[in-house]
Ligand binder design. Sequence first.
Ligand SMILES: O=C([O-])C(=O)C[C@H](O)[C@@H](O)C(=O)[O-]
Ligand SMILES: [Mg+2]
Length: 429
Amino acid sequence: MNLAITDVRLTPILVADPPLLNTQGVHQPYTPRLIVEVVTADGVTGLGETYGDTKYLELARPFAERLKGRQVSDLNGLFTLADQVAVDAARVENAVDVGGLRGVQTADKLRLSVVSAFEVACLDALGKTLGLPVHALLGGKVRDAVEYSAYLFYKWAGHPEGVACEKDDWGAAVDPAGVVEQARRFTERYGFTSFKLKGGVFPPDEEIAAVRALAEAFPGHPLRLDPNGAWSLETSLKVARELGDVLEYLEDPALGIPAMAEVAERTGVPLATNMCVTTFAEIKEAFTRGAVQVVLSDHHYWGGLRNTQQLAAVCRTFGVGVSMHSNTHLGISLAAMTHVAATVPNLHHACDSHYPWQSEDVLTERLAFEGGKVPVSDAPGLGVELDRERLAALHRRWLDDDGALRDRDDAAAMRVADPEWVTPSMPRW
Ligand SMILES: O=C([O-])C(=O)C[C@H](O)[C@@H](O)C(=O)[O-]
Ligand SMILES: [Mg+2]
């Protein structure tokens, strides 16, 4: 058995994305992802996936160079190695992640977002070599299936006229009836029983009405609303009070730990975040001030599967809940999320996943939701197989792009439909 890494392949791709609305704008018709392959001396290939924007590619390339000759079992060494990769100061100066949707942007967070794909790829290769599933390498599963929630979005029926795109069959959802209809489709197609609505798109009263409509259509089901910090403290307090009786939690109503702490204290409504706690450095203040009751981990920017387990342990220590955030991702990441989620004992909320919105994948077989859950694979590694033809086709799309879509920009996509659109200043309402 030879665990030495002899080759690393990085393949940036563009994958189809429907016109999903958020407070920054709308999703572009294609979004960048990076597929990582780590090959061992025995010829075993491990797969990983992360964000594919330029700022990640420019770190992934020098990192991949340094990886050759190391062992896929040397997971701690990945972090030491990452520290050697310089981050351009312009990338982090006064910067927030994806226009503010994912919190602060630090040099470490950028590095971790890259390391995570390599950690997953190394675990996949190690698992395949040893004949063990990734969850076993993480200490073993405590559940056989991981529950996900329906991630509802306000959306248009299609991308703007004349824009090259793939069509989707979800239809439009721009009012309460549309949101309920979308939720019904999610339950019919995937069996989800929890619902999260991406808010911050329409004035809060309209979004309150949509959540009320969901509560009426699906009585007793867990509901969440996430405006990505688009509301002032006063608006957050108002929405929390109006929806407190039907929400499982409210996600990032306002920006920053002090505002979140005040909303939590004055309303008692549980708050979740993937914005004010996205790094270990932010935990102490947020937890001691009671600003968040559920941290939505994302193994991509927390630095991988083992860091996610560490985050879960810290949350458990402080009596704070943990669940999972999601951005547009493919099956490799869904498999990784499922393996780590299977090992976290204190996971009491259904995880987010964009996967149902992704009509394209790079796997020979898509992962399936059964009754809203993804079964935990016991096959060696992640339990997924790369479809090289699909990978090549999506890479071809990336090569053919003139650069306009290689960096996610929801405000730019919105300007195609509304040339006057500027990124809203926060708080928006
Ligand atoms: O706050 C969140 O849950 C997200 O940031 C998830 C995604 O970024 C979502 O808002 C999106 O892609 O529009
Ligand atoms: Mg969120």
